[in-house]
Design a protein around this ligand. Structure first.
Ligand code: 13P
Length: 244
């Protein structure tokens, strides 16, 4: 039985004071459950704050990106070993905003996932098609290609990763994939995972997850939790959906 995992992706939001209030509220409001893991992925400067607030609690924390390199002349980049020093459990790789705004290739995403695992972090590898790709009937080709790059890079370590299906057309748009649409893609990914000997990998859904739709999404057999943007910035909303 795959327990569910719910991860907040703060994206480039927050500040020391508002983070402190949010973290305190998450700690106070979460009732631990054996079948559910919860985490927040915060901007790099706030990793120490997240660690100090959440250490010893049911909450894990992580980052939103990582370098493929271990160290060196890579100005502005952050190595997985640095994230590990801050107690990170997770790191997102291949978020569509990185792919679209920073030109990250499938190969780059795979290399980042490898770097994360080498430092003992769990990569949450994101895949997902654009609206144009969906409308052109290409979601299988796109999601399959993105998955295959991660699987090829991780090889035997693929079972240690987490996947997130985030249809680009549902991110920050208020337009959510229906539970059935999400399940269709998750079942496609599950089959690829099964063929790769990694059927137990958790597949999160991301894209306008809210308290009002989380229960129906999480009820789908291959939806193993959520990767949540906007709603993770509001404690009451995030707590409600994480417990849905
Ligand atoms: P929203 O929940 O704001 O749509 O963002 C989804 C996302 O990109 C999470 O990584």
């Amino acid at each position: 039985m795959r327990g569910k995992l719910v991860v907040g992706n703060w994206k480039m939001n927050g500040g020391l004071a508002s983070n402190a209030a949010l973290l305190v509220a998450l700690l106070a409001g979460w009732k631990p459950r054996a079948d559910r893991d919860v985490a927040v992925c915060v901007p790099f400067p706030y990793l120490g704050q997240a660690r100090d607030a959440l250490a010893g609690s049911p909450w894990s924390w992580g980052a939103q990106d990582v370098s493929r390199h271990a160290s060196g002349a890579f100005t502005g980049d952050v190595a997985a070993g640095m994230l590990a020093e801050f107690g990170c459990r997770f790191v997102l790789v291949g978020h569509s905003e990185r792919r679209q705004l920073h030109g990250e290739s499938d190969a780059e995403v795979g290399a980042k996932a490898v770097a994360a695992l080498a430092a003992g972090l769990t990569p949450i590898a994101c895949v997902g098609e654009t609206l144009a790709e969906r409308d052109a009937g290409q979601w299988q080709a796109v999601v399959g290609r993105q998955f295959d790059a991660v699987a090829a890079a991780l090889e035997k370590d693929l079972p240690l990763a987490v996947l997130a299906y985030e249809p680009v057309w549902a991110i920050g748009t208020g337009r959510t994939a229906s539970p059935e649409q999400a399940q269709e893609v998750h079942a496609f990914l599950r089959e690829r995972l099964r063929q790769a000997g990694a059927a137990g990998v958790r597949i999160l859904y991301g894209g306008s997850v809210k308290a009002g739709n989380a229960r129906d999404l999480f009820a789908m057999p291959d939806v193993d939790g959520g990767l949540v943007g906007g709603a993770s910035l509001v404690a009451t909303e995030f707590l409600a959906l994480a417990g849905a």
